[in-house]
Structures are given as C-alpha cells and as structure tokens.
Ligand binder design. Structure first.
Ligand SMILES: Cc1cc2nc3c(=O)[nH]c(=O)nc-3n(C[C@H](O)[C@H](O)[C@H](O)COP(=O)(O)O)c2cc1C
Length: 197
C-alpha cells in the first residue's frame, strides 16, 4: 500500500472476480483516479486457497496472512462484486471466510466496508449485494448504509478497463465518502475538514 505524507484514508479494494477483463476490477480502476487526493485505494487479489480450518492456525497459508494484514492495515474496504447464480461468487465468500478468522480477532470486525455490485444485466447484482452485506454483519463489520451502489448494464459503462460512466462514478464516490465517515481512525484525524457531501 503506497502511503504518501498526505494520505489520510487508506482503502483496500477487493474485486470479487478473478478474471482479467473483470467489470468488478474495472470499477475499482475507474474509481482510483477520481478519489480525493487524501484517499488511497489499493486493489487486492482474492486468489486464495479454499478455506480449510485445518490450515487456519500456525500453518495459515502465506498469501492468506498477507491478505489479512492488508485488510487490517486498511481504514476501510471497498468490495466490488458480480452476482453468480443470485449470490456472491465463491471467491468472495472464501476470502470473507478467511478474513473472518481468527475467531474474535477478525481484521474485518469493526471495519467499515462498502459493497458495490455490478452486472451486465440491468439488475446490477442486487441479490449478491444483499448476500455480501449479510455475511459482513455476521463478521460484525460495519457495512455502509444508505443508497446501495448497484451498477447495472456495467459492460456499457466501461472503457479501456475502467468504469467511465459519470453518474455511476459520482454515485459510487458519494458512497465512498460515507465509507470514510465510518472509519474510526479517519473520523478522529483531519478528514473531517474535507467536508463530506
Ligand atoms: C457462474 C456464473 C453465474 C452468473 N450468475 C449471474 C446472476 O445470477 N446474475 C447476474 O446478474 N449475472 C450473472 N452472471 C453474469 C455475470 O454478472 C458476468 O459474467 C459478470 O461480468 C461477471 O463479473 P466480472 O465481469 O467482474 O467478472 C453469472 C456469470 C457466471 C460465470
């Protein structure tokens, strides 16, 4: 995570799709240059082994440790996800299950999390969004409340691997402002003077 002297909010973006041309990834890439200068959004990778409780302990896989550390070091998390068969993709659920442990010490507990769902269909992955928020509640994360960011017809809103559709970007950015307002460290710091809208 690149942190400059002026960085006040360190966000971790997690795309719920592994494919190279992923729309979920393109949404995060489209948001990156649009954020306030004080906000840094790094994009993580959910290519993790399948959750196995036998491997969760002294022998936790190294990339899982790195993933948990990235979540812990972030001020807030932005999940962008497609909908698979009316639910969240297995890779996202798997990552959330890894992040939910160690029990009682999850890096996601108390963490502000924004879920943005996307779909080439007009429905925008709204069922996956509901399911992701349900899982986040189980982990006692702090899902961002308010208008849900669902991006329908997403394929038409992406150019050169980035979300470029202005209304979608503005809508998502206002939700990111609400996410930042939920981050305890940021609230205590100087972010307040940036006048959240
Ligand atoms: C296994 C599978 C199930 C899918 N189920 C749904 C679905 O229930 N609802 C929906 O809107 N799109 C569904 N889709 C289409 C995805 O929204 C589409 O492939 C999307 O581009 C995947 O996200 P990505 O671009 O980030 O990889 C499904 C795709 C796959 C591969």
């Amino acid at each position: 995570m690149t942190i400059t002297a002026h960085t006040q909010a360190r966000l971790l973006g997690l795309p719920g799709s592994l494919r190279l041309g992923s729309h979920s990834l393109a949404v995060l890439r489209g948001l990156q240059p649009e954020l306030r200068p004080a906000v840094d959004l790094q994009i993580g990778d959910l290519r993790l082994p399948l959750y196995d409780e036998d491997q969760d302990g002294p022998s936790t896989p190294e990339n899982v440790r790195v993933f948990r550390q990235a979540v812990a070091e972030s001020d807030g998390v932005v999940i962008t996800t497609p909908e698979y068969n009316h639910g969240i993709p297995g890779v996202l659920k798997n990552a959330l299950d890894w992040a939910s442990r160690p029990l009682g010490r999850s890096a996601l507990t108390g963490k502000a999390v924004l879920v943005i769902s996307v779909s080439p269909a007009f429905t925008g992955g709204v069922r996956a969004q509901a399911q992701a928020n349900e899982t986040l509640l189980a982990i006692q994360s702090r899902p961002v409340l308010g208008p849900q960011v669902v991006i329908g017809n997403v394929a038409d809103k992406i150019k050169d691997g980035r979300l470029t559709d202005e209304p979608s970007l503005r809508f998502a950015l206002s939700a990111i402002d609400r996410l930042i307002a939920l981050c305890p460290a940021i609230r205590k710091a100087e972010y307040a003077h940036l006048s959240l809208s």
